[in-house]
Design a protein around this ligand. Sequence first.
Ligand code: PLP
Length: 467
Amino acid sequence: MTIEKKLLNIQLIAKAKEPLYRQIADGIARAIEQSDIEIGEKLPTHRALADQLQVTVGTVTRAYAEAERRHLIEARIGAGTYVCDNNKNHHWIYQLEELQTEECNFGYNIPPRFDRSEMISNAMAKISANPSQLNDMMLYQPPQGIDNHRHIVCQWLNQKGIDVSSEQMYFTSGAQHAAELLLSIFCRAGDTVLVEQFCYPGFLTLARQHGITLKSVEMDEDGVIPASLVSACELYQPRLIYLTPTLQNPTSVTMPLSRREEVISVCREHNVLIAEDDVNGLLPPSPPPPLINLAPEHVIHIGGLSKCLAPGLRLGYIQVPKQWQQHLSTALYNHSLMISPLLSAIACELIVHGDADRVLTTVRTEIQQRQLLVQQYLGEFDITTQTYSFHVWLQLPEDWRLSDFIAATTARGVIVKSAELFTPRGNHIQPAVRLAISSPLNQQQLIFGLKTIAELLRHPPLSHFSL
Ligand SMILES: Cc1ncc(COP(=O)(O)O)c(C=O)c1O
C-alpha cells in the first residue's frame, strides 16, 4: 500500500478497502482530534481539497457530506464548510447560570406561573380516596396507558377540534418524549428529515443524537413555503418533515388552512410523512384544523399539556397512522414500558372537574394582557407574534450585532434566546432573538424587560468600524 497524498493529517491509501470518501472523512476526524484543524476553522473548498488529494470533486463532496453526517463539520450556505463546536451546549432549554442574576427572564417556554397547588392537591386527594384504583395503578399497564384515561383526554381534545382517537393515541412523558419516539420509529441514523427554517431546539438536539441530518425549508408569514418544500423533497428525498403548524416556536407563525392543504398535498405527492408538533395547538381558542384532521393516514400527531396546563405534569401524547401502531407500542415499551398512570390520573381529574379548562382560560387571559404590553413597548420594532403566543420573535436593527445585543441585555439582567438556538446547522444565523413573554414571573418583570429591550433598540452602540 502506498501513501499517495497528505493534507494536514489526511492520508489516502490507494487500493484500501475503505472507499476514498470515508478515508477523507476519517482524516478530517483525526485532524480535529489532534487539533490540526481548530473548531470554527474553515475547510478548503471541495475543488481545492480535490486538487490537493488528486481525487474528484465528487469524492470530496461525498466525504464532506459524510463528515457532516458525523457532526464533525458544517456547511454554511454561501460561506463554506467549518469545523463544528461539539462542546457547545447551547441547546438546553434552561441554563443554570440564568437562574441567578436575572431581573427578567425571557428564556423559559412555559405557561405563566400562577398558583396551581390547590387544584393539584384536590386532584390527588380524589385519586387517593379510591384505594382499589390506586392499587391497580401501582401495577404495570399497557404501553399506551390506561384506557379510561385515554378516553377522557381524547374526548377533551376532540371537543377542542383535534381528531385523535382513544384507540390510536398513546400517552408519553411530554411532547419531547413523543418526538423521541417519532425518530425511533420512523428514522435511522443517516436519514434526512426536513424542518422549518427556525426550529424548536429540543428537536434539533434530538435529531443530532439520532445521527439524523436536518435540512430546513424556507418560511414566510404563513409557514413553510410550498415551492421550497417541493425543492427540498426533490433534492433530499427526506424520510419525514417535522412541522409546528400552530404558533410555531420561535416565530409564532400559524399556517392558515390553505397553506396546510398545500403542504399536505406536496408531502403526499413526494411520499414524505408529516410529523405535526401541536404542543401550542390548544392555546388559541379557534386555530385552523390540525394536520391530523386533514390527513390522518399521513400525519403523526404530537401534543401535550405542558403549555396549556403544566409542564411538570409531563403528560404528552402521540398518534401514528394505524399501520405504524404496533411499532409505536414496541418503541414505547422499549423506552419506558409505559408512563406513570398517576400522571394521567391527575390530568384526568383536572379535565373532568373543569380545572384544565379554567387554567387554559387563565393562561389565555394572561397572555393576551402580556401581548398588549408587548405592543405598547415594542410595537415600533420589527417583531412577529400572535395574540395567544408565548413568544415574540424580534429581528434586530442593522446597528446591533446579535452577540453584542445578547451581552447588553444579559448585563442588564434580561435573558433572551439567540436565533442561533433555533437555527439548524449550516444555515445562516439571523440577527434575531426570541422573547418568551410567558416566562417572566409577573407583569412588572415583563415591563422591566420590555422597557430595557426597547431602550437598547433605540440606542444601538456606535458603528463597528474595522480598519
Ligand atoms: C415545539 C415544542 N415541542 C415540544 C416541546 C416539549 O414539550 P413537553 O414539555 O410536552 O415535552 C416544546 C417545549 O417547549 C416545544 O416548544
